[in-house]
Design a protein around this ligand. Structure first.
Ligand code: 4AD
Ligand code: MG
Length: 431
């Protein structure tokens, strides 16, 4: 096959004969001329066929091409300021791979349920394309951020005997006669690898059977989780704000066109600067009460509470030292106030709420054992985790950031379902 050029790089080929391969995004004809908008994944380009250059059969074949038909076109690249992208192709030859059936997603408005049923096709729209391009940029930025600081990527298992984040959201599965779960978080394993490498991160899919339907929850989501030996809560907070700034700057500098496609106002993103304000849980409760929330000290924030806090702030907000009772078993208590944990949630602004959760881990063996029992977790399954507190235990900290939450905020989306190609949602697994 002759090498096709990318529409995204078409400016490099001005005045030359090229081959393009892609799908028909849109088409119109006006007697002697046919205009085909071709998309190839890197861009969309207007291709023009003049009747006089083709046999009647050929021109008719071109006329029968429908939306999303797959084809190859060859022709010369001409600069045209009026064309989308600034260039046009004068078609001299073409080959049709397949004439598409009547495409269900037309330029008119469709309901979300219909679009989700057709998610496999919806992904071709300019909006979904832009979101997934930004998602990829965010993932690259995350990896660069940690790699450039000497972190080692160590993957953690998907099948596990351990409940990391409570027992109410576990997906259970049978593992050769034993009970296993799909991982809720790689953190516990990170704590083991951090004692080998110092600074590690894992990055993979995590699973939670969240039984409530919200715009902030998926059953399957991707989480990046760094873990650092000899690090305290404040170190984890500095690492987290650095990550967020790095990601946002990357998207602003490399994905401006996609933000524009989404009509995402860049100003609030440009305003994201370190250091982020720190707010203790105690003060957050006071703020929420003043804003009319029913929250009492000792309770966990609901979705609306997070929305209130993150709407009040133009910057990501770091809420720290929650009551231990609302947090996981592995949290290090504050030595000055043992009823609160050395933990942090980072709330994204503009009403998005929590995108990061983390903190300092319990590193004392006996207290950890007590907590495991208090949380009614099976001690045998945690023996290996307790071992880490017997062989060179050190203070260590880390956090987890949900990629979909970060994408939703940066793209300013209403719902997590658009942040991943094939979202797994409550009771829905098709397509
Ligand atoms: O706050 P979480 O539950 O923390 C942990 O899992 C820790 N073990 C992480 C760590 O310290 N290594 O989850 C971390 C993040 C949340 O802040 C959120 O961004 C995301 O994971 N998250 C979800 N994203 C989408 N759908 C869900 N159901 C999510 N649950 C958590
Ligand atoms: Mg959390």
């Amino acid at each position: 096959m002759q090498q096709a050029v990318s529409i995204g790089k078409i400016a490099d080929h001005e005045g030359r004969e090229v081959v393009l391969r892609g799908w028909v995004y849109n088409k119109r004809s006006s007697g002697k001329l046919q205009f085909i908008l071709l998309r190839d994944g890197t861009g969309v380009m207007q291709c023009v066929a003049f009747k006089g250059n083709f046999s009647p059969e050929q021109f008719e074949a071109l006329d029968r091409v429908t939306q999303e038909s797959s084809m190859e076109v060859s022709g010369s690249v001409r600069r045209d300021e009026r064309a989308p992208g600034g260039f046009e192709l004068d078609i001299t030859g073409f080959q049709i791979y397949q004439v598409a059936d009547s495409y269900p997603i037309t330029p008119k408005e469709h309901g979300t349920a219909f679009l989700m049923e057709n998610r496999h096709l919806w992904l071709r729209s300019s909006r979904q394309h832009a979101i997934l391009k930004i998602r990829h940029e965010i993932i690259r930025a995350i990896r660069d951020y940690f790699d450039d600081q000497g972190f080692t990527l160590v993957d953690t298992p998907v099948f596990t005997p351990n409940a990391c984040e409570g027992t109410t959201t576990l997906f259970e599965t049978e593992y050769f006669g034993q009970m296993a779960y799909l991982t809720q978080s790689g953190q516990l394993y990170n704590e083991a690898t951090a004692a080998s490498f110092g600074k590690v991160y894992c990055f993979g899919p995590t699973f939670r059977a969240e039984k409530s339907k919200t715009r902030r929850h998926l059953m399957e989501f991707w989480m990046v989780e760094p873990e650092v030996a000899f690090a305290e809560l404040e170190d984890a907070m500095v690492l987290a704000e650095g990550l967020i700034c790095f990601m946002v700057e990357r998207v602003l500098s490399r994905r401006g066109a996609e933000l524009e496609t989404l009509e995402r106002d860049a100003a609030p993103l440009e305003a994201v600067k370190r250091p982020f304000p720190r707010l203790s849980y105690d003060d957050a409760v006071k703020r929420l009460q003043a804003a009319g929330s029913q929250i009492e000290w000792g309770g966990d924030f609901g979705g609306t509470d997070e929305t209130i806090l993150s709407e009040q702030s133009g910057s990501p907000l770091m809420v720290h030292r929650y009551p231990s009772q609302v947090k996981a078993f592995y949290m290090q208590p504050d030595p000055e106030r043992p009823e609160v944990a050395l933990c942090v949630d980072v709330l994204a602004p503009e009403g998005y709420g929590e995108i990061i959760g983390g903190g300092q881990r319990l590193h004392d063996h006996d207290l950890l054992l007590r907590r495991i029992k208090e949380h009614q977790l099976p001690v045998e399954a945690f023996q290996w985790y307790l071992d880490l507190r017997k062989y060179g235990s050190v203070p260590h900290s880390g956090f987890g950031m949900g990629v979909e939450r970060a994408v939703a905020w940066i793209c300013k989306l209403d719902h997590l379902r658009e942040t991943i190609a094939f979202p797994r949602m409550l009771y829905k697994i098709y397509p």
